[in-house]
Design a protein around this ligand. Sequence first.
Ligand code: SF4
Length: 265
Amino acid sequence: MTKLAYMKTGTDLNTANIFSIFASVQGEGIYVGVPQIFMRFTGCNIRCDYCDTTEALMPQAVARMEMTPFSGNMKLAPNPLSIEVIAGHIKEMRDVFSGFHSIALTGGEPLVCNGFLKKLLPELKETGLKIFLETNGTLPEKLAEVIDMVDIISMDIKTPSGIQSGMVDWNKTKEFLEIASGKDCYLKILVGEKTQDEELKKAGDLAANINPDISVAIQPVFRDSNGKNCACVSLKRLTEAYDLLRSVMNDVRIIPQVHKLAGWN
Ligand code: SF4
Protein backbone atom coordinates (compact mmCIF):
# COMPACT_ATOMS: atom_id res chain seq x y z
CA MET A 1 0.00 0.00 0.00
CA THR A 2 1.38 3.44 -0.88
CA LYS A 3 1.72 6.04 1.85
CA LEU A 4 -0.96 8.16 0.18
CA ALA A 5 -3.45 5.31 0.02
CA TYR A 6 -2.61 4.51 3.62
CA MET A 7 -3.41 8.05 4.70
CA LYS A 8 -6.61 8.44 2.68
CA THR A 9 -9.41 10.07 4.66
CA GLY A 10 -12.45 8.01 5.47
CA THR A 11 -10.77 4.98 3.82
CA ASP A 12 -13.63 2.44 3.60
CA LEU A 13 -16.73 1.39 5.50
CA ASN A 14 -14.76 -0.52 8.14
CA THR A 15 -11.94 1.91 8.91
CA ALA A 16 -11.46 5.65 9.23
CA ASN A 17 -8.59 8.09 9.48
CA ILE A 18 -8.85 9.51 13.00
CA PHE A 19 -6.98 12.47 14.45
CA SER A 20 -7.59 11.72 18.12
CA ILE A 21 -9.78 10.10 20.76
CA PHE A 22 -9.67 11.81 24.15
CA ALA A 23 -11.71 12.87 27.16
CA SER A 24 -12.52 16.48 27.88
CA VAL A 25 -15.34 18.82 28.77
CA GLN A 26 -17.61 20.30 26.13
CA GLY A 27 -16.56 23.91 25.67
CA GLU A 28 -19.08 25.22 23.16
CA GLY A 29 -22.79 25.76 22.79
CA ILE A 30 -25.62 24.95 25.13
CA TYR A 31 -24.09 21.70 26.43
CA VAL A 32 -21.03 23.54 27.68
CA GLY A 33 -19.62 21.87 30.77
CA VAL A 34 -20.51 18.21 30.26
CA PRO A 35 -17.68 15.60 30.21
CA GLN A 36 -17.46 13.82 26.89
CA ILE A 37 -15.37 11.33 24.97
CA PHE A 38 -14.26 13.21 21.84
CA MET A 39 -13.55 11.40 18.61
CA ARG A 40 -11.96 13.77 16.11
CA PHE A 41 -12.15 12.71 12.46
CA THR A 42 -9.78 14.01 9.81
CA GLY A 43 -11.00 15.64 6.62
CA CYS A 44 -13.55 18.32 5.85
CA ASN A 45 -15.57 19.23 2.77
CA ILE A 46 -15.18 23.01 3.23
CA ARG A 47 -12.54 25.49 4.37
CA CYS A 48 -13.40 28.19 6.91
CA ASP A 49 -11.28 31.29 7.48
CA TYR A 50 -11.43 30.81 11.23
CA CYS A 51 -10.90 27.01 11.35
CA ASP A 52 -9.32 26.15 14.69
CA THR A 53 -8.73 22.48 13.89
CA THR A 54 -6.61 22.85 10.76
CA GLU A 55 -4.44 19.98 11.95
CA ALA A 56 -7.44 17.66 11.44
CA LEU A 57 -8.18 18.75 7.88
CA MET A 58 -5.70 16.33 6.34
CA PRO A 59 -5.30 12.57 6.88
CA GLN A 60 -2.81 11.60 9.56
CA ALA A 61 -0.39 8.67 9.65
CA VAL A 62 -1.22 8.01 13.30
CA ALA A 63 -4.17 8.60 15.61
CA ARG A 64 -3.63 9.97 19.11
CA MET A 65 -5.53 7.91 21.68
CA GLU A 66 -5.70 9.03 25.29
CA MET A 67 -4.66 6.18 27.54
CA THR A 68 -6.53 7.26 30.69
CA PRO A 69 -9.41 9.76 30.54
CA PHE A 70 -8.34 13.36 31.24
CA SER A 71 -4.66 12.38 31.70
CA GLY A 72 -3.42 13.89 28.43
CA ASN A 73 -1.20 10.80 27.98
CA MET A 74 -1.54 9.70 24.40
CA LYS A 75 -0.51 6.54 22.64
CA LEU A 76 -0.08 6.59 18.88
CA ALA A 77 -1.95 4.07 16.74
CA PRO A 78 -1.41 3.67 12.99
CA ASN A 79 -4.26 4.96 10.83
CA PRO A 80 -6.74 4.01 9.61
CA LEU A 81 -8.44 2.68 12.75
CA SER A 82 -10.94 -0.16 12.65
CA ILE A 83 -14.39 -0.14 14.22
CA GLU A 84 -13.20 -2.74 16.73
CA VAL A 85 -10.22 -0.65 17.86
CA ILE A 86 -12.28 2.55 18.21
CA ALA A 87 -15.26 0.97 19.95
CA GLY A 88 -12.98 -1.04 22.23
CA HIS A 89 -11.01 2.03 23.26
CA ILE A 90 -14.12 4.10 23.91
CA LYS A 91 -15.67 1.34 26.01
CA GLU A 92 -12.46 1.17 28.07
CA MET A 93 -12.62 4.94 28.68
CA ARG A 94 -16.25 4.70 29.75
CA ASP A 95 -15.36 1.88 32.17
CA VAL A 96 -12.70 4.08 33.83
CA PHE A 97 -14.90 7.19 34.23
CA SER A 98 -18.63 6.74 34.74
CA GLY A 99 -19.53 10.42 34.39
CA PHE A 100 -19.37 10.81 30.63
CA HIS A 101 -22.43 12.53 29.20
CA SER A 102 -21.94 11.50 25.58
CA ILE A 103 -19.56 10.67 22.76
CA ALA A 104 -18.80 13.75 20.66
CA LEU A 105 -18.13 13.07 16.99
CA THR A 106 -16.13 16.03 15.79
CA GLY A 107 -13.52 16.96 13.24
CA GLY A 108 -12.88 18.02 10.62
CA GLU A 109 -16.34 17.01 9.50
CA PRO A 110 -17.51 13.60 10.79
CA LEU A 111 -20.22 13.25 8.14
CA VAL A 112 -17.55 12.99 5.45
CA CYS A 113 -17.23 9.44 6.85
CA ASN A 114 -20.96 8.70 6.90
CA GLY A 115 -20.58 5.16 5.50
CA PHE A 116 -18.18 4.34 8.30
CA LEU A 117 -20.45 6.00 10.88
CA LYS A 118 -23.34 3.77 9.82
CA LYS A 119 -21.30 0.79 10.93
CA LEU A 120 -19.57 2.39 13.94
CA LEU A 121 -22.53 4.04 15.67
CA PRO A 122 -24.43 0.83 16.56
CA GLU A 123 -21.26 -0.31 18.35
CA LEU A 124 -20.91 3.01 20.19
CA LYS A 125 -24.57 2.88 21.20
CA GLU A 126 -23.70 -0.22 23.24
CA THR A 127 -21.77 2.02 25.64
CA GLY A 128 -25.08 3.49 26.79
CA LEU A 129 -23.72 6.98 26.06
CA LYS A 130 -25.51 9.45 23.83
CA ILE A 131 -24.13 10.20 20.37
CA PHE A 132 -23.39 13.91 20.03
CA LEU A 133 -22.66 15.07 16.48
CA GLU A 134 -20.72 18.29 15.89
CA THR A 135 -21.16 19.21 12.25
CA ASN A 136 -20.70 22.05 9.80
CA GLY A 137 -24.30 21.55 8.63
CA THR A 138 -23.54 21.33 4.91
CA LEU A 139 -24.13 17.65 4.08
CA PRO A 140 -27.86 16.91 4.51
CA GLU A 141 -27.84 13.72 2.41
CA LYS A 142 -25.15 12.24 4.63
CA LEU A 143 -26.91 13.31 7.82
CA ALA A 144 -30.09 11.58 6.63
CA GLU A 145 -28.21 8.28 6.48
CA VAL A 146 -27.17 8.34 10.16
CA ILE A 147 -29.81 10.51 11.82
CA ASP A 148 -31.54 7.54 13.48
CA MET A 149 -28.36 6.75 15.45
CA VAL A 150 -27.61 10.32 16.58
CA ASP A 151 -29.05 11.81 19.79
CA ILE A 152 -27.80 15.41 19.87
CA ILE A 153 -26.74 17.64 16.98
CA SER A 154 -24.59 20.73 17.33
CA MET A 155 -25.04 22.31 13.91
CA ASP A 156 -22.95 25.20 12.64
CA ILE A 157 -24.66 27.67 10.38
CA LYS A 158 -21.89 28.70 8.03
CA THR A 159 -22.04 32.22 6.66
CA PRO A 160 -20.50 33.37 3.34
CA SER A 161 -18.14 35.81 5.07
CA GLY A 162 -16.51 32.97 7.03
CA ILE A 163 -15.91 30.52 4.19
CA GLN A 164 -12.87 30.72 1.94
CA SER A 165 -14.87 30.18 -1.24
CA GLY A 166 -17.54 32.59 0.02
CA MET A 167 -20.12 30.07 -1.20
CA VAL A 168 -22.90 28.96 1.11
CA ASP A 169 -25.77 26.88 -0.22
CA TRP A 170 -28.61 28.10 1.97
CA ASN A 171 -30.90 25.42 0.50
CA LYS A 172 -28.55 22.76 1.86
CA THR A 173 -28.45 24.53 5.22
CA LYS A 174 -32.26 24.53 5.29
CA GLU A 175 -32.45 20.89 4.27
CA PHE A 176 -29.91 19.95 6.94
CA LEU A 177 -31.78 21.80 9.69
CA GLU A 178 -35.09 20.26 8.67
CA ILE A 179 -33.57 16.81 9.24
CA ALA A 180 -31.61 17.79 12.37
CA SER A 181 -34.58 19.51 14.02
CA GLY A 182 -36.22 16.12 14.52
CA LYS A 183 -33.54 15.49 17.17
CA ASP A 184 -32.19 17.42 20.14
CA CYS A 185 -30.51 20.09 18.05
CA TYR A 186 -29.00 23.52 18.58
CA LEU A 187 -27.31 25.99 16.27
CA LYS A 188 -23.91 27.63 16.50
CA ILE A 189 -23.15 30.78 14.56
CA LEU A 190 -19.63 32.16 14.67
CA VAL A 191 -19.48 35.92 14.71
CA GLY A 192 -16.22 37.51 13.68
CA GLU A 193 -14.81 40.71 12.28
CA LYS A 194 -16.31 40.10 8.85
CA THR A 195 -19.76 38.78 9.78
CA GLN A 196 -22.50 40.77 8.05
CA ASP A 197 -25.93 41.68 9.44
CA GLU A 198 -27.54 40.37 6.26
CA GLU A 199 -26.19 36.86 6.74
CA LEU A 200 -27.25 36.80 10.40
CA LYS A 201 -30.75 37.83 9.34
CA LYS A 202 -30.74 35.16 6.64
CA ALA A 203 -29.66 32.50 9.14
CA GLY A 204 -32.22 33.63 11.71
CA ASP A 205 -35.10 33.67 9.23
CA LEU A 206 -34.14 30.27 7.89
CA ALA A 207 -34.09 28.75 11.39
CA ALA A 208 -37.24 30.55 12.55
CA ASN A 209 -39.19 29.17 9.61
CA ILE A 210 -38.30 25.66 10.71
CA ASN A 211 -38.61 26.08 14.50
CA PRO A 212 -38.12 29.36 16.41
CA ASP A 213 -37.56 27.39 19.64
CA ILE A 214 -34.28 25.83 18.50
CA SER A 215 -31.51 27.24 20.71
CA VAL A 216 -28.89 29.42 19.03
CA ALA A 217 -25.38 29.92 20.41
CA ILE A 218 -23.51 32.94 19.09
CA GLN A 219 -19.84 32.02 19.34
CA PRO A 220 -17.27 34.81 19.14
CA VAL A 221 -14.43 33.95 16.78
CA PHE A 222 -11.39 33.46 18.98
CA ARG A 223 -8.85 34.35 16.33
CA ASP A 224 -8.28 37.53 14.38
CA SER A 225 -7.68 37.83 10.63
CA ASN A 226 -3.91 37.57 11.22
CA GLY A 227 -4.31 34.20 12.91
CA LYS A 228 -3.68 35.51 16.41
CA ASN A 229 -5.71 33.82 19.16
CA CYS A 230 -7.81 36.46 20.87
CA ALA A 231 -11.42 37.33 21.58
CA CYS A 232 -11.44 39.67 18.62
CA VAL A 233 -15.12 40.66 18.53
CA SER A 234 -16.44 43.43 20.72
CA LEU A 235 -19.30 42.83 23.13
CA LYS A 236 -21.17 45.57 21.29
CA ARG A 237 -20.97 43.65 18.03
CA LEU A 238 -21.93 40.38 19.73
CA THR A 239 -25.00 41.94 21.32
CA GLU A 240 -25.99 43.46 17.98
CA ALA A 241 -25.86 39.95 16.54
CA TYR A 242 -27.87 38.74 19.53
CA ASP A 243 -30.54 41.37 18.85
CA LEU A 244 -30.80 40.40 15.20
CA LEU A 245 -31.23 36.72 15.96
CA ARG A 246 -33.39 37.23 19.04
CA SER A 247 -35.90 39.16 16.92
CA VAL A 248 -36.91 35.85 15.31
CA MET A 249 -35.57 33.09 17.61
CA ASN A 250 -36.71 32.50 21.18
CA ASP A 251 -33.50 31.22 22.79
CA VAL A 252 -30.27 32.98 21.82
CA ARG A 253 -27.10 33.05 23.93
CA ILE A 254 -23.57 34.38 23.53
CA ILE A 255 -21.15 31.63 24.55
CA PRO A 256 -17.37 31.83 24.01
CA GLN A 257 -15.23 28.70 23.66
CA VAL A 258 -14.82 27.85 27.32
CA HIS A 259 -12.21 25.12 26.72
CA LYS A 260 -9.91 27.69 25.13
CA LEU A 261 -10.35 30.11 27.99
CA ALA A 262 -9.64 27.27 30.43
CA GLY A 263 -6.71 25.86 28.44
CA TRP A 264 -8.31 22.41 27.96
CA ASN A 265 -8.13 20.25 24.85
S1 SF4 B 1 -16.12 23.14 8.91
FE1 SF4 B 1 -14.99 23.03 10.84
S2 SF4 B 1 -13.27 21.65 10.41
FE2 SF4 B 1 -14.12 22.27 8.42
S3 SF4 B 1 -12.83 24.03 7.85
FE3 SF4 B 1 -14.68 24.82 8.88
S4 SF4 B 1 -14.07 25.06 11.04
FE4 SF4 B 1 -12.54 23.72 10.04
